[in-house]
Design a protein. Structure first.
Length: 427
């Protein structure tokens, strides 16, 4: 082992649409020319996070506003005796909105690909270990209270894809052993967020496509394809909503990626009223994003939603959906039911925008409650009931579902649920 302290470095994975940016190092670099890596560089001033952002800008041209930090993994040491190198690696994962990059002299080739290709490439030392330190995990899915079901369904598919890729690459795993491990992983993912129909349906679709043997290489391929198909479905649902609500005054709440995309894409742009959505206040970020996009936006407290609808200026209520039950009831952030009741009283149509993958095959929904301290952080023994979701009956979703298959009325939803039930055959 080298006597000197390890050299601190960063390895940064940029992710877009479920794929990461891979860079093949040029012959001009001092270390590992010709090998594949991610954005990487030395830690300066003892600050790995700042160094990660600096290296991203130097090697890709992307600035801080272009990237969204997702995870900093625990550092680890790499001993490369062949090259007399001793590294202390600090891994990072950033999401980016675009694949438009400008590489510098350090890179001779670029590729956006599934991270599992690292298992089959000549890479810098322990690049797969770096990725695993920041990759999506079952525990991360379980504990995530920020993102919606569409986002988390993509992360779940990434977990399944990565696990299948590792098993496909393993020489020790028999097909029977690999099948058992994949089935176990899929069930743990399903148990992580049992109320999210999109996560369940998309996992079931990837597994069903790999029948009858469920070989790991097929699951890896099908999970990666399922990611691309899911993203396309979410985009198509947003397009349906954008067309339906362009040029109107829309009231929304919570934080739905599909709704946000629809409002940004609508032409002419709608006027938007956004409820804060306590206790998580997700509506604040929505209002900021829409304002940055140039829309006319008003942020209002949840208690003012009914008054806003009563005022007569709102043309439609548009919400996302964590789950749509088979008969059309919409499970979404708490407050949706109250907004729908107020909209019904004001004769304002209510729409839910989502891909059909969010349609559940049964009515079971867990009641995930917010942390008590988000509502009351005082010293008294006050009982708190703070459900994160409520269920809006189909009769109040008067505009119907705006989906990747167009606008669906309630009587068409049960048919889709039957179709989705068939995907569960692998279990």
């Amino acid at each position: 082992m080298p006597d000197a302290d390890p050299t601190p470095v960063v390895t940064v994975f940029l992710r877009h649409r479920g794929e990461v940016l891979l860079l093949r190092r040029s012959d001009e670099v001092d270390s590992y020319p010709g090998r594949w890596g991610a954005v990487a560089g030395h830690v300066e001033d003892g600050d790995p996070a700042a160094s990660a952002l600096r290296e991203v800008e130097e090697e890709t041209g992307l600035r801080g506003a272009d990237v969204h930090p997702r995870r900093q993994g625990s550092a680890f040491t790499v001993e490369d005796d062949d090259h007399g190198a001793h590294w202390r690696v600090h891994p990072f994962l950033f999401d980016v909105d675009s694949r438009s990059i400008q590489t510098n002299w350090e890179t001779e080739a670029v590729e956006w690909a599934s991270p599992t290709v690292l298992l089959r490439r000549d890479t810098v030392p322990d690049l797969w270990t770096s990725y695993r330190r920041v990759a999506p995990s079952i525990l991360g899915l379980t504990n995530d209270t920020t993102h919606g079901s569409a986002y988390l369904s993509i992360r779940a598919l990434e977990v399944l894809r990565d696990r299948a890729g590792m098993l496909a690459h393993s020489e020790a795993a028999t097909i029977e052993d690999a099948r058992g491990r994949l089935i176990g992983t899929a069930h743990r993912l399903l148990d992580a967020r049992p109320s999210m129909a999109a996560l369940a349906n998309r996992l079931h679709r990837a597994m069903h496509a790999s029948l009858p043997e469920l070989p790991p290489d097929a699951v890896e391929t099908n999970a990666h394809e399922a990611i691309q198909n899911a993203l396309a479905a979410d985009a198509a649902a947003a397009e349906t909503a954008a067309t339906q609500l362009s040029g109107t005054h829309v009231l929304t709440l919570s934080r739905s990626g599909t709704v946000l995309s629809a409002l940004q894409a609508a032409d002419p742009s709608p006027t938007v009223s956004v409820a804060v959505s306590a206790p998580g206040d997700e509506g604040v970020a929505v209002a900021e994003r829409l304002t940055e996009a140039g829309l006319d936006v008003t942020l209002l407290p949840d208690a003012a939603v009914a008054r806003r609808l009563q005022g007569g200026s709102v043309d439609a209520v548009l919400v996302g959906a964590d789950t749509v039950q088979p008969l059309g009831a919409v499970v979404n952030k708490a407050g949706t039911y109250g907004a729908a009741l107020a909209a019904h009283r004001a004769d304002v149509p209510v729409y839910a925008a989502c891909a059909v993958d969010k349609i559940a095959v049964d009515d079971g929904v867990s009641d995930e409650s917010a942390a008590d301290r988000a509502v009351y952080d005082g010293s008294r023994d006050v009982e708190v009931w703070a459900p994160r979701f409520d269920t809006t009956p189909a009769a109040l979703v008067t505009g119907g579902l705006l989906t990747d298959r167009g606008r669906l009325a309630a009587d068409a939803i049960d048919t889709v649920a039957e179709e989705l039930t068939e995907l569960r055959a692998w279990t």
